[in-house]
Design a protein around this ligand. Structure first.
Ligand code: FEO
Length: 397
């Protein structure tokens, strides 16, 4: 079923209520998701993006129920990742000669995934346009690394709609479709989680791209991303928020993430949290056992924190595997402007704190010297070090 967006523009995507994870199991989905595709019916009929491969036949059937597929003059593939290109094979079986507008890198990614099928790719770059009749045109803007090297956005003049693909999206199944009708708490929670877990590594590129888009001075009435809600009420609010998030974002929060074997490291984690509350009652403090908590939710909390404390006992001359995997993911996300401390118990060799500190430095954190390294279980001497550690984490600069 199509949903009206503006004038001759409709949504024809797939609301994925059952989705539980994305990127394999690397991104948890708590509130469903959607893959948004759009149909523009001006002098020319244009399809912008498709939906994920498992839904390709539903997508094509749905499209067929709305229009004669042979009316489609062109397809815009803003991004080659299969959640947006995954229905092309089924669609192109029906209309094989239809031109596909995309970046040179998107040709590589689409042919890499689906093989060379003789499709009529029309390679575009920033500033190229496509006249769609009725005095309107599509303007293409490369969005390299947002989220892949092949990504681009498409701007529609006249209706002033920016089809932004992954940028400004959320993994959020929102039947209400528009930001002004969506649950605001979920909308912003999912938008931040998406940014922290997917886009943050490209924050510097994003900042430049946002400046470039702003300089184009394009009137933007609607931002229509490829996941989640469409921004029609003050659409630039998400652009402003992205600028803020991309600028080494932090709130007055400390996140403590740890794992434990026999609860010794748990005890230290909770003592650190209590001390934060004692020294700075206004600071938000959150505590997570990484082997039990959802890693993407914890990463979102780290993204909004000004400091973190990571804990692991020593095991096998190293750290717990849960913590090792967690830190590897955290390193990839390239958080900036955050302090960090390490803590953990040990029985024999006791390397975990040093390893955590090294990995935190490699991940771009400013690691403070103060740490809690407790033999067997935290003694009163160990616990007495916590106020100094917390004080350093809370200190400005
Ligand atoms: Fe929604 Fe990068 O794909």
């Amino acid at each position: 079923m199509r949903r009206h967006i503006k004038n001759n523009v409709s949504w024809l995507g797939y609301i994925d209520w059952e989705l539980e994870s994305f990127h394999g199991d690397d991104y948890s989905i708590m509130n469903g998701s959607s893959q948004n595709a759009y149909l523009v019916e001006e002098g020319k009929t244009i399809l912008i993006d498709t939906v994920w491969t498992p839904h390709r036949f539903d997508f094509v059937d749905n499209l067929k129920s709305e229009i004669d597929l042979h009316r489609i003059d062109a397809i815009i593939a803003n991004h080659g990742e299969c959640d947006h290109s995954g229905s092309l094979t089924a669609l192109m079986d029906e209309i094989p000669g239809t031109p596909i507008y995309c970046t040179a890198n998107a040709v590589k990614s689409i042919e890499g995934q689906y093989g060379k099928r003789g499709w009529d790719f029309r390679v575009v770059k920033t500033g190229d346009t496509l006249d769609i009749g009725n005095g309107k045109k599509l303007v293409f803007v490369e969005m390299r690394m947002l989220h892949w090297p092949d990504s681009m956005a498409t701007y529609m003049t006249g209706d002033n709609i920016l089809f932004s693909n992954d940028a400004f999206g959320q993994h959020y199944a929102v039947e209400e479709l528009f930001n002004d009708r969506a649950d605001k708490c979920l909308l912003w929670k999912e938008a931040m989680k998406y940014f922290a877990n997917i886009l943050n590594p490209f924050a510097a590129i994003l900042t430049k791209k946002l400046e470039e888009i702003t300089k184009l001075n394009l009137p933007i009435d609607i931002i229509a991303p490829s996941h989640g809600a469409i921004w029609r009420d003050d659409p630039l609010q998400i652009v402003r928020k992205y600028s803020e998030w991309a600028d080494a974002y932090q709130e007055d929060q400390i996140t403590i993430a740890y794992d434990t074997m026999w609860e010794g490291t748990t005890r230290i984690a909770h003592e650190i949290a209590s001390e934060v509350a004692r020294q700075s009652p206004s600071t938000v403090v959150k505590v997570f056992n990484v082997s039990k908590a959802d890693k993407n939710e914890v990463m979102t909390e780290i993204f909004r924190s000004k400091a973190v404390a990571l804990g692991s006992p020593t095991v096998g001359n190293g750290i717990l595997s849960s913590m090792a995997g967690f830190i590897e993911f955290m390193r990839q996300l390239k958080f900036r402007n955050k302090k960090a401390a390490a803590f953990g118990c040990y029985g024999w060799s006791g390397e975990s704190v040093k390893i955590l500190q090294e990995k935190l430095r490699e991940s771009g954190f400013a690691v403070i010297d103060e740490n809690i390294r407790a033999m067997w279980t935290a003694s009163s001497d160990d616990l007495a070090k916590i106020p100094g550690m917390v004080s350093s984490l809370l200190a400005q600069g």
